[in-house]
Every structure is written in C-alpha cells, then in structure tokens.
Ligand binder design. Sequence first.
Ligand SMILES: Cc1cc2nc3c(=O)[nH]c(=O)nc-3n(C[C@H](O)[C@H](O)[C@H](O)COP(=O)(O)OP(=O)(O)OC[C@H]3O[C@@H](n4cnc5c(N)ncnc54)[C@H](O)[C@@H]3O)c2cc1C
Ligand SMILES: *[C@@H]1O[C@H](CO)[C@@H](O)[C@H](O)[C@H]1NC(C)=O
Ligand SMILES: *[C@@H]1O[C@H](CO)[C@@H](O)[C@H](O)[C@H]1NC(C)=O
Ligand SMILES: *[C@@H]1O[C@H](CO)[C@@H](O)[C@H](O)[C@H]1NC(C)=O
Ligand SMILES: *[C@@H]1O[C@H](CO)[C@@H](O)[C@H](O)[C@H]1NC(C)=O
Ligand SMILES: *[C@@H]1O[C@H](CO)[C@@H](O)[C@H](O)[C@H]1NC(C)=O
Length: 539
Amino acid sequence: MVCQVPPPSAMVSYSLLFLLASSVSLGVLCQEPETQAIDSKSGKACCKALRNELPPSVGVFARGTPEYNARHQTYYSLQQQELFPTCTVKPNSASDVSRVLQIAKAHKCPFAVASGGHMSWKGSSNIDGGVVIDLRALNQIDISAKDQTVKLGPGSPWINVYAALAPFNISTTGARNNFVGVGGFLAGGGITFESVNKGFGANSVFNYEVVLANGSIVSVNKDTNADLFWALKLAGSNFGVITQYEMTTFPQPVIWGAVSAYPITNQSTSDLLGAFETYGHDDTNTDYFQSVAYASAGGVDVFSVVQGTLDGVPQGPLTSVEPISHSELVGSTHDVINQVIQGALAPTARAHWYTFTTKIDKQFFQDMRTRADNIFAPLNNRDGLTVVVGFQALQKSFIAKSAGSPVFNALSQANDDLVFVLLLVTWDDPADELVMRNATNALGAWGEAEAQRRGLLSQFVYLNYANEEQRIYERAVTKEDLDRLRSVQKSYDPSGTFTKLWRGGYKIPPVGYHGAETSTGVQEERNGSTARDAQSDEL
Ligand SMILES: Cc1cc2nc3c(=O)[nH]c(=O)nc-3n(C[C@H](O)[C@H](O)[C@H](O)COP(=O)(O)OP(=O)(O)OC[C@H]3O[C@@H](n4cnc5c(N)ncnc54)[C@H](O)[C@@H]3O)c2cc1C
Ligand SMILES: *[C@@H]1O[C@H](CO)[C@@H](O)[C@H](O)[C@H]1NC(C)=O
Ligand SMILES: *[C@@H]1O[C@H](CO)[C@@H](O)[C@H](O)[C@H]1NC(C)=O
Ligand SMILES: *[C@@H]1O[C@H](CO)[C@@H](O)[C@H](O)[C@H]1NC(C)=O
Ligand SMILES: *[C@@H]1O[C@H](CO)[C@@H](O)[C@H](O)[C@H]1NC(C)=O
Ligand SMILES: *[C@@H]1O[C@H](CO)[C@@H](O)[C@H](O)[C@H]1NC(C)=O
C-alpha cells in the first residue's frame, strides 16, 4: 500500500478552464501500486553504486529528502507522482550524465530520465524503485543576441527560457505553458505558437549535445552525426540523453494572446468551428494562431478558444456570441503565457490523454463532442471530472517546415491540412482510474474508427500528446523511415543499453510496422492495461 500526502502544489487543483476554476482538496492519496516495482535490492544497490562512484558534487537523493521531493512535485500527473524511485541523481554537466550512464550500465540499473516531468502517463519519466536521472540542474540558457541563437539545457521550464529571452525582444519555438520542460518537449516535437511557419519546436534545433549509450558526449548537427540529427527530431527515449539544445531565435518584442470561453450554442458552434476551418486551411497565414476545444467540467460545457498573433496585433472575437470569460494581453511571450495562457490549463491532475490526427471536418468535430457527452454522461457524478476535446491545426505549411525530421514523410502523405485531436480527461478519485481510462480510450477508438470510415483519419500520432498504449513509431513515421530509425539506433546504441535500462518514454519497436498500409490503428479494444509493462520484462 502506498500512501502519499500530496505536495502543497497539488493541494489546490484548478480545473482546465480558469473560468471554471474550483479548488479541490485532494487529501491523502492511498493506492496499491499498479506497475511492477523494480526489485528493491537492485534499486538500493544502484543508488549505493552511484553514491560511491560519483564525485560528491553530483547529488544522489533518497526518498524523503528535500531534493527528491522537489523532483517529485514537478510531475504533472498525479499518477506519475505515485511512483517512487529508490533515489534520484542530479548531474550538473554532460560529463556527470556520462558517468551516471556508465554506472547504470555497469550495474544494470533501470532508470528514467526527467526534465520538466510533464509527460502525462505514469512511468513516462518516473520509475518505481530504480533511479531517476533528474536533469533540472542542466538548466543553462545562453543567449547569443548577435547570432540569434540560444543554448538550452533540458532542465529549464519554458517559462524561464521566455523570461531570459524577453529583455532581448526575442523568442524561440517553445511550449505554451510555464512548466513544460525544454527536454521532453523538444524530444517529442513540440507544438508552438509559431508552428504555422516554423514547424515543430524541434525544427529550430540546429545542434544537439548528446550523451550516447557508451558514455561518449557528441555534437549532433546536419554535418556531424547527420543521421542522428534527423532521428533526434523524434528522439523519444531511444538514442541518448540530450544535454544541450542549440536553437535559432527570432525578433519578437510582443505577441498578442487571448483565451475565451463561450457557451455552446448553434451560433457559437457554427462561428467557432467555421473560423477554425478557415484558419486551418489558410495557406497565407504566417503569424496567427488559433485553437478550439470543447471543455466540460462540473456540468458546465463551453468552447475554449485560444488566439495569438506573433506581431502583437489584437484580433476581434471569432463569434458574435458573448463570451463567458475572456482574457487577453499584448506583451512578451513570457507575459502572455504566464498571465493569459497558463490559467487555461491544469497545473497538476489525475489525467489520461489520448491523441490522433485527422483532416479538418466540422461535422466530425461536432460528432466527437456528442460522442464524448454520451460516453462520459454516466460518469458526470465523479469528483473533479473534466473532459476536453481539443483541436489544433497542423497546416500544410507546418508540415512543410518539419522537413528533415522523421515525421515529415508520414505527415506529407495526406497532402492536406490536418488537425491534432487531443482528448484530455482529469478526475480526482484514484479509484476512478480504470473507468476514466476506459471511457477516454473508448472515445479515442471511436473517433479514430469514425474518422477512418469518413476518410478523414491520418495515421499520425503526436508523441507529446499520446498515452502509453498508443503506437508512436509505428504510426508517426513511414515504414522506410522506421527502418532508418532502427538503423540509426543500431549504430549509436549497438548493445541496446537504452532499450534495456531506460524506462519510460516511447521506444522504437524492434520489429513490425502498423502504419497506414496495414492498420486502422484501432483493431484492439483498449482496456486500460499498461502496454509499456511489456518493456519492463526486457531487463
Ligand atoms: C500543461 C501542459 C501543457 C503542455 N503544452 C504543450 C504545448 O504547448 N505544446 C506541446 O507540443 N506539448 C505540450 N505539452 C506536452 C509536452 O510537450 C510533453 O508532455 C513533453 O514531453 C514534456 O516535456 P518535459 O521535459 O516536461 O517532460 P518529462 O516528463 O520530463 O519527459 C518526457 C519524455 O522525454 C524524455 N526526456 C526528457 N528530457 C530528455 C532529454 N534531455 N534527453 C532525452 N530524453 C528526454 C523523458 O525520458 C520522457 O520520456 C503540454 C503538457 C502539459 C502537461
Ligand atoms: C526591446 O523593446 C523595447 C520596446 O520596444 C525597447 O525599449 C528596448 O530597447 C528593446 N530592447 C532591446 C535589447 O532591443
Ligand atoms: C440547433 O440546430 C439543431 C439542428 O440543426 C436544431 O434541431 C436545434 O433546434 C437548434 N437549436 C437552437 C437553439 O436553435
Ligand atoms: C468501457 O467503455 C465502454 C464505452 O463507453 C462501455 O460500454 C463499457 O461499459 C466500459 N467498461 C467499463 C468497465 O467501464
Ligand atoms: C561510442 O559510440 C559511438 C557511436 O556508436 C562510437 O562512434 C564511439 O566510437 C564509441 N566510443 C567509445 C569510446 O567506444
Ligand atoms: C479487455 O478486458 C476484457 C475483460 O476483462 C477481456 O476479456 C479482453 O480480453 C480484454 N481485451 C484486451 C485487448 O486486453
């Protein structure tokens, strides 16, 4: 039995929409551990080896220590906070990371790697027993205003990056949330306000510093280790621990950002989905961002709309319907995210996510909402239930800018403007885990099957929004590109160290392909089992 008093930051959890913000006291959380704990002896032996073999400057922290707790509290999902590593280790440099990996390898220590801790699923960047490599101390933000570049450690939350860039009136392609980490965001792609003309966040990375499986520290760019440079744009947890991302910046003194909530009426539906369709197909757009989501919490259903302009020019409302709430600001990216956007997202929650990708289709979006209502109606009495069905554009121009990354060929196949569909469900009671997973997965499976039937489905699954049961490498890249990723993996980690020891994240499957030609992606009824458990057996 694991009982945990939630950290102070989790005591008050705001609902997904700040207008619906309600304080929820979570009390003490008690639950049987669900995932296989790693043999605690191996965890202890590993932590002991790390203590003995690392220089004293590299902290190794046991459960209950302030550093360990601070790491723990960064995890976005409460499910991740229910896993307890035997210790965390906090390297200060790439060479520390190299030493840690060599010790882990020598002692066959299972480990997870955590930057911002915002991947949603249990075990994605945390581990029960074993070791968490905590990258928070690798938080450098070195700006070269002259070269218009910035060197970022993986351990900073994006809000710190924007704060550092603001005085120079520049920005870069980061997350739209305060606490998402540089490391995971860029290792999975990264959807940003600038994506319509800059692609994924990772497309602005022109040099990586990476610690490989054998402990060597390498520079990776279009000229050196070029095959790995391509692969790292969809790195997952396969190729190495990235210790520095070098990115281009661009002048951006101020942006405009707005978050609005509207009642769901025929008028708002027609206006907002119409505006989203127009935006999603607008191939002249280079500086405007817009997303729309159905959100339901505490019996209140709304449209949640985010708008942004990169030149700082405010835009009018997208519907004649009066908003229930509205907040907007012209300011630095830092101020807009911190003051306007951040409030629209839950900081910490018991959550299950699901994502898929479709063409733009207003009727399908409405039908997703109807289906969500039907599936979740029996659960409306569950504490803290929020259901979000969100739509974000993946225009042809966005796809074009992803050239040079593993996802490009897969995304280009549709030759159309696409949409990321994100299902995001949160609730309070740990006992509701299975029923919520089941309902979310049922909605996702229905959405994929229905989109397929209507000729709308793209096979693409976005790594950073997926849950642990979703196939990434079998659906986000073509068969040829999957084989290419496998050969890159073989040349940089020939003995499979990361496959065996690095837990969490998304792994390149050793064989098989289930992409566009062979699968609807929904052959299986998903039951809420943890698909990643299979991985744990490999040690
Ligand atoms: C509130 C919220 C808002 C979000 N907003 C956005 C958004 O605007 N756009 C978007 O695209 N996504 C967004 N996301 C999703 C987010 O991009 C992913 O969850 C991302 O993985 C988080 O990165 P992290 O460093 O915080 O995660 P972590 O959980 O620390 O890491 C995620 C994965 O990356 C691996 N990893 C971390 N650091 C490294 C490294 N240095 N080298 C190699 N592997 C590493 C980890 O092992 C793990 O598998 C959001 C998520 C939340 C919860
Ligand atoms: C940034 O922009 C502000 C407002 O336009 C200006 O006052 C300031 O000098 C600029 N800073 C730099 C470093 O260019
Ligand atoms: C909204 O549209 C539906 C279907 O077109 C119609 O049945 C319904 O009466 C309309 N509702 C309102 C409030 O106008
Ligand atoms: C799972 O969800 C489906 C679809 O809503 C529902 O029919 C089924 O009863 C659910 N099963 C459980 C165990 O909740
Ligand atoms: C480490 O691995 C890389 C990639 O496989 C290889 O080029 C390098 O020579 C290896 N270094 C050592 C010290 O074995
Ligand atoms: C889902 O659960 C049911 C009932 O427990 C089981 O019969 C079925 O095999 C499961 N399906 C999968 C894919 O695990």
